[in-house]
Design a protein around this ligand. Structure first.
Ligand SMILES: Cc1cc2nc3c(=O)[nH]c(=O)nc-3n(C[C@H](O)[C@H](O)[C@H](O)COP(=O)(O)O)c2cc1C
Ligand code: SF4
Length: 519
């Protein structure tokens, strides 16, 4: 058997030096005259172990090593790593590594396991079963399954996916569209990128099912311009799917037609907002549209459109394969299934952790994430991207659940969490949130366009200790206006990071008076 070596080629692993490791392994193989097959897989998401190289052995299955540096490569060969030999970077079977072993991988089951661009590999690991089941059903039955699974949008708002699909199914039109939102602008998030680079066919399968379920024959994947590797992988995967008859006029030989194209985003955070994204796809400047009409009634080019996040769509194949009840069995309350939590920032074990809803924030940060990378105490965790609230330790008992977070004035968003240690200055973080909003505002409505700029000024005065009580009252009032008066969640949710920082860390908002500090 020719040895098979898996070296991740996804952006995260590449940023950590995977390409240099691949080159070093290729050279070592050539120098030693060993024949081996190198597979560039996606990452399994344990980024603290990347570049994580795996070898498929005859007797021990896959054996992992990491984090591998180019300087380790000679030693790895000397230690017999092609047959799973021991070395200081030896990790053993990848699915026994605690960070990976404890996960419930439904959506990311194949990510890091297969060759992302091999349709055969995809099928050998359960791929296309969901689509095969879907082509045998009526659109209404597919929508029913998705509704019953309890799947909610993973892009941020948590809207029930089945209800959105039903609206499009029930709207009569000569053309309908499926748009995949892969703009992934939230800080600390990388789930969309990871799956597009590690298992692109699962997204294609999910979008195709969405098309058949709603009567849409055309899909677009709108990927942020900062993701060139994801763009390239998706483009190749779409071509391969077309060639194999997964896409085209007869999806898997059925009478259903569906095809899709990859489009590259415009580099604006607001283009992740669904209506801005549609404007951008239509070739216009990305600006938020007033609702109604909903995109499900009048979306892309005025036609009924399903717009869903990458993870929402990529979760559909497992639902259609294993059934709504199987998926719904995971989770808590109205948050059903699994969620890929992205742990980032100042944290010891950064990575993607897919688990059923319901783990507490404390478990995620302290146990899975291992606390801070600096070893200092955790001060705050921002959950849900730049519009998410900062949670202090006292809220670490909050379960990862849409309603539980909302009850504490927070949000799950796209499930990115960014950890901060006790050196973080929460007044600066609040200012950052306002500044971010002022830079990224599409300018359509006043509370956001003007309010965010005034907010930065007020927080600057507070930092200079100019009439602090007055500034705190002013910023609170301003946040109220933005929250209730903004057209979309960019202006409407910026108050969450600002007010959570102010409410949970009031000491940071009362800078020491200059005279006192000098004493
Ligand atoms: C300012 C702003 C930025 C957003 N960025 C994204 C994004 O990058 N990706 C995403 O999927 N949803 C994003 N959303 C949410 C989308 O508007 C929309 O709710 C989502 O694409 C719907 O898909 P889902 O139901 O599958 O979550 C953003 C919303 C706002 C207000
Ligand atoms: S809240 Fe901000 S981003 Fe949203 S529509 Fe208004 S100006 Fe545009």
């Amino acid at each position: 058997m020719i040895p098979r070596i898996y070296i991740p080629g996804d952006s995260g692993a590449l940023a950590l030096g995977a390409e240099k490791v691949a080159k070093a392994i290729e050279k070592e193989l050539a120098d030693r005259g060993i024949e081996a097959k190198i597979v560039r897989n996606g990452s399994r998401g344990a980024y603290f172990l990347e570049p994580m190289v795996e070898v498929a052995t005859a007797d021990k299955g896959r054996v992992a090593y990491g984090p591998v540096k180019p300087s380790d490569v000679k030693g790895l060969f000397d230690s017999g790593f092609l047959t799973g030999g021991h070395h200081k970077r030896w990790l053993g079977a990848p699915d026994k590594i605690p960070f990976l072993a404890k996960q419930t991988r439904l959506t990311f089951a194949r990510c890091g396991v297969i060759n992302p661009l091999s349709l055969d590999h995809y099928k050998a690991h359960g791929g296309l079963k969901g689509l095969q089941n879907a082509v045998a059903l009526t659109p209404a039955d597919i929508v029913k399954q998705v509704t019953e699974s309890g799947l909610r949008g993973r892009g941020g708002a948590g809207f029930p996916t089945g209800i959105k699909w039903k609206t499009v199914l029930d709207t009569t039109a000569d053309r309908k569209y499926i748009v995949c939102n892969a703009d992934e602008g939230d800080s600390g998030t990388f789930a969309d990128r990871m799956i597009m680079e590690g298992d692109p066919f699962v997204l294609i399968e999910g979008m195709t099912i969405a098309g058949i379920a709603t009567g849409a024959t055309k899909g677009f994947i709108y990927i942020r311009s900062e993701y060139p590797h994801a763009v390239a992988t998706m483009q190749k995967a779409v071509e391969a799917a077309r060639k194999a008859g997964v896409l085209g006029v007869n999806v898997l030989g059925s009478p259903n037609a569906f095809d899709m194209e990859v489009r590259v985003g415009a580099g604006a955070y607001v283009c992740g907002e669904e209506t801005s994204l549609l404007d951008s796809l239509e070739g216009k400047r990305g600006q938020v549209r007033a609702k109604p009409p909903l995109p499900a009634h009048k979306g892309l080019f005025g036609k009924p459109t399903v717009i869903n996040n990458v993870i929402s769509l990529a979760s559909v194949p497992v639902i259609m394969d294993k059934g709504a009840a199987f998926y719904k069995d995971f989770g808590m309350g109205r948050s059903r299934g699994t969620i890929p939590i992205q742990i980032a920032g100042n944290v010891k074990y950064p990575g993607l952790y897919e688990a059923a809803f319901g783990m507490t924030l404390g478990e995620i940060v302290d146990e899975i994430g291992g606390g801070t990378a600096t070893g200092r105490p955790v001060k705050a965790v921002q959950v849900g991207g730049p519009l998410g609230a900062y949670f202090p330790r006292t809220l670490f008992d909050t379960p990862f659940d849409y309603e539980a977070f909302a009850a504490k004035d927070g949000l799950i968003g796209h499930a990115g969490i960014v950890v901060f240690d006790d050196s973080a200055d929460m007044l600066k973080q609040a200012r950052f949130a306002m500044e971010f909003c002022s830079i990224e505002s599409c300018g359509k409505c006043t509370p956001c366009r003007i309010g965010s700029t005034r907010g930065v000024e007020v927080l600057d005065r507070l930092a200079q200790n100019i009439e602090p009580e007055k500034q705190i009252a002013l910023v609170t009032d301003l946040c109220n206006t933005m929250k209730f008066g903004s057209l979309c969640a960019l202006g409407g949710f910026t108050p969450y990071p600002v007010m959570s920082a102010l409410n949970h860390f009031p000491d940071d908002f009362r800078p020491t008076p200059v005279a006192e500090a000098a004493e």
